[in-house]
Ligand binder design. Structure first.
Ligand code: PLP
Length: 302
């Protein structure tokens, strides 16, 4: 298993003529540097769930995800490192060829069980799981690590870095757990921007709000809904072109599911003078680069 390199996770300034011209500073927190396969934010989201599972003497982590889920692969790896077994309940029929994500999850010792989309939607635990394990042995983690423990891990992570001077902290929410953790950890004068990577995801706002207390719900945070590029894990030639250009200009690799859309949005908003002069942005690079393995060879220059 590849080692984790927490010391490589640093805040880097992005030098770009557009940002200079608009007098907006843009920095990025390179959580992607933690590990080549495990998304940075996933690792932090899982921390308290795994601690809780161990404290309760649970044997097996059970969680849910799709065939390309960064959460599945992160859970497989983190469970193994914690000495716990893991089971991934995967949406849909078992495909003839497993995705890179699922192959890696198996490498980390995760047992995969495929279930139909209706059962998946209702989060029904397959009989196969219940035959072999008692409820007491199972520790369930929500799809995407959604929940308060997940958010708390992100708040801890943010506290590790010196972020007080930023006016905006920007992320690419899926479940919104990371965004909620950032809102909890941010200063009251900072605005958290969440660039939704799903189409018409009206439930995102509730997802985030439900993890916040009354005071936190009054803090400054906004959602962007115009940068999904067709929906979750959808992409266009424009997005791919942007990823290659960004890498060429700044050496920052992005993933097409989350971080490319976030960086595209920030770039676009800076161009449109959305941010006041003198604004200082921190863009959370949450990783997810393993997902690019599902793109046709030669699509990306990195
Ligand atoms: C899962 C994931 C996100 C979304 O995180 P949430 O906490 O579910 O909102 C963002 N970026 C990457 C790379 C991810 O893997």
């Amino acid at each position: 298993m590849n080692p984790f390199s927490f010391e490589e996770v640093t805040i880097k300034k992005i030098y770009h003529p557009l940002f200079t011209e608009k007098n907006v500073e843009v920095d990025t927190l390179r959580l992607d540097k933690i590990h080549p396969v495990i998304s940075g934010n996933k690792w932090f989201k899982l921390k308290y769930y795994l601690q809780d599972a161990l404290a309760q003497s649970k044997k097996t982590i059970v969680t849910f995800g799709g065939a390309y889920s960064n959460h599945i692969i992160a859970t497989a790896c983190a469970s193994k490192l914690s000495g716990l077994k893991s089971i991934g309940i995967i949406r849909g029929e078992k495909p003839a060829h497993l995705s890179y994500t699922l192959q890696e999850a198996i490498e980390y010792g995760m047992q995969l069980i495929f279930i139909g989309r209706d059962d998946y939607r209702n989060k029904i635990l397959p009989q196969e799981v219940l035959n072999n394990l008692t409820e007491k042995e199972i520790y369930l983690i929500n799809e995407g690590g959604y929940g308060e423990k997940g958010a708390a891990g992100i708040t801890d992570m943010l506290a590790h870095y010196n972020t007080d001077t930023y006016t905006h902290i920007c992320c690419a929410p899926g479940t919104g757990t990371t965004m909620a953790g950032l809102i909890k950890g941010a200063l009251l004068n900072q605005t958290i921007i969440g660039c939704s990577v799903l189409k018409n995801n009206a439930s995102l706002q509730d997802g985030v709000r439900n993890l916040l207390n009354a005071e936190e719900n009054n803090r400054k945070f906004i959602f962007l809904h115009d940068y999904h590029f067709g929906g979750y894990a959808k992409y266009t030639p424009e997005l791919i072109g942007f990823m290659n250009k960004l890498y060429h200009e700044t050496e920052i690799p992005t993933d097409f599911v989350y971080t490319a859309k976030l960086f595209f949005a920030i770039n676009d908003l800076v161009r449109k003078n959305y941010f006041d002069k003198g604004s200082k942005l921190l863009v959370i690079h949450s990783g997810g680069l393993q997902g690019n393995a599902s793109l046709p060879g030669g699509t990306l220059i990195f």
